[in-house]
Design a protein around this ligand. Structure first.
Ligand SMILES: CC(=O)N[C@H]1[C@@H](OP(=O)(O)OP(=O)(O)OC[C@H]2O[C@@H](n3ccc(=O)[nH]c3=O)[C@H](O)[C@@H]2O)O[C@H](CO)[C@@H](O)[C@@H]1O
Ligand SMILES: C=C(OP(=O)(O)O)C(=O)O
Length: 428
């Protein structure tokens, strides 16, 4: 099992190219199931999760072709062609789905195009139980019959789906994506109220519209979809990964360095930029990206609550916590999206952080310096937070179980190393 060793204390300087967004690319891949014509995605990141979903799609009979992206700068980004014309099977098996919850996103497209799907229930993970009840209830509202059998969702709509008015009881990114995709081929009009507003949803809607879908309100909390008979092929570029960009903004902040994030978009990172500004880290728009640099003054304590977009993203909670462990004063973080997303707390405390956890709230009292230690990655964002803490710590930090990190960060040691970090991968 690979580990990452970081020796802290260096001030990072340089440029990091931001990859395509994992959380945009995954639903976009499943959108390829909606059409019998090929969908080509560009700026696809090279990540373990993309490979896992590609295997799920291949299991369904989808043609999957990766190639280098000629339009991408440097050695970044890949082109992925998804040929949904060959899809014959409708079963997403447990062995693959359990590796990645986003596999549930094949449900809507399969059901909408073929009238049937059998998808393993994804189960919980380290950050929470993560049920998919909203996805299933929404599919039922679109006319599907849903049965749960032996850990599988068995969904049927032999006469096709029918448009409906669906009000999500609370915001869910995945349920919005699954229902949006299903509604594109449902008969008549579907309205999704209280829809998630994450940039990845607008990206999915853009791609679906390029495939011939009729969607209004993308990016707002009310999506209106007029069903069409069939979708065509298209070519679509995946948006930059705002969570990767945010993670490297924290890398600059925690080391007192200055990093240009090539390709990053300020309009996707408003809540983080505001928080960084309040702790005296400037994020400025520059041609082609963002520049992060320290401002005069000292970091101060701050209170953060994770919220659906445009609020502060839960996927940046662990990273900002790492930064706050070495800020002046006391800060608090309320994790309101996932019930158990504090697995990084005991590991940060092993590095000398002063954190008190009470239910969904962590109180972080800044310490002058963290100390390197062997630590355990428990989920994707916890992993990067430990790498970030390691960049600021005295001595060496070894992050174990890096396979979590490889789900969502492309060539992390190369990107940080190019900015002067002392970081290396240890392969046993
Ligand atoms: C691949 C992907 O894009 N993953 C992101 C997506 O996950 P994902 O789409 O799984 O997250 P959701 O927005 O659906 O989850 C939000 C909350 O709703 C709950 N819930 C969700 C669906 C449901 O049917 N029932 C239910 O109770 C979840 O357990 C969680 O507590 O959005 C999360 C919230 O921004 C991010 O952290 C993940 O990185
Ligand atoms: C939680 C995440 O991903 P997933 O929903 O795929 O587990 C994440 O990207 O931080």
């Amino acid at each position: 099992m690979d580990r990452i060793a970081v020796r802290g204390g260096r001030t990072l300087q340089g440029t990091i190219h931001i990859s395509g967004a994992k959380n945009a690319a995954l639903p976009l891949m499943t959108a390829g199931l909606l059409s019998e014509e090929p969908l080509t995605l560009t700026n696809v990141p090279d990540l373990a999760d993309i490979g896992t979903l590609a295997r799920v799609m291949e299991e369904l009979g989808t043609g999957i072709g990766f190639e280098p992206d000629p339009a991408a700068p440097g050695n970044h980004g890949r082109r992925l062609t998804i040929d949904g014309g060959k899809v014959r099977a409708h079963v997403a098996p447990y062995d693959l789905v359990r590796k990645m919850r986003a596999s549930i996103l094949v449900l809507g497209p399969l059901l909408a195009r073929f009238g049937q799907a059998k998808v393993s229930l994804p189960g919980g993970c380290a950050i929470g139980t993560r049920p998919v009840d909203l996805h299933l209830k929404g599919m039922q509202q679109l006319g599907a019959a849903i049965d749960l059998q032996d850990g599988y969702v068995i969904a049927r709509a032999p006469k096709g789906l029918a448009g409906a008015r669906i009000r999500l009881p609370f915001v869910s990114v995945g349920a919005t994506e699954n229902l949006l995709m299903a509604a594109t081929l449902a008969k008549g009009e579907t309205v999704i109220e209280n829809a998630a507003r994450e940039p990845e949803i607008a990206d999915l809607a853009d791609c679906l519209c390029a495939m011939g879908a009729r969607i209004e309100g993308a990016g707002s909390s009310r999506l209106t979809i007029q069903g069409v008979d069939a979708l065509s092929g298209a070519t679509h570029a995946v948006i930059p990964d705002r969570i990767e960009a945010g993670s490297y903004a924290v890398a600059a902040g925690i080391t007192g360095g200055a990093i240009t994030l090539e390709g990053a978009r300020a309009d996707h990172l408003g809540a983080l930029i505001e928080v960084l500004d309040r702790i005296h880290i400037a994020v400025e728009e520059v041609p082609g990206g963002l520049h992060v640099r320290p401002k005069n003054g000292r970091h101060g304590g701050i209170d953060i609550e994770t919220q659906p977009h445009p609020g502060f993203p839960t996927d940046l909670q662990a990273q900002i916590m790492a930064l706050l462990t070495v800020a002046d004063g006391a800060s608090s973080i309320h994790e309101s999206i996932f019930e158990n997303r504090f697995m990084h707390v005991p590991e940060l405390m092993r590095m000398g952080a002063d954190i008190t956890l009470k239910g969904a709230v962590a109180v972080i009292r800044g310490v002058p310096r963290l100390k390197g230690a062997p630590v355990m990655a428990t989920d994707l964002r916890a992993s990067i937070s430990l790498v970030l803490a390691g960049l600021a710590a005295e001595g060496e930090t070894v992050v174990n179980r890096v396979y979590h990190l490889d789900r969502g960060y492309e060539r992390v040691e190369e990107k940080l190393g190019a900015c002067g970090a002392d970081i290396r991968r240890l392969s046993d």
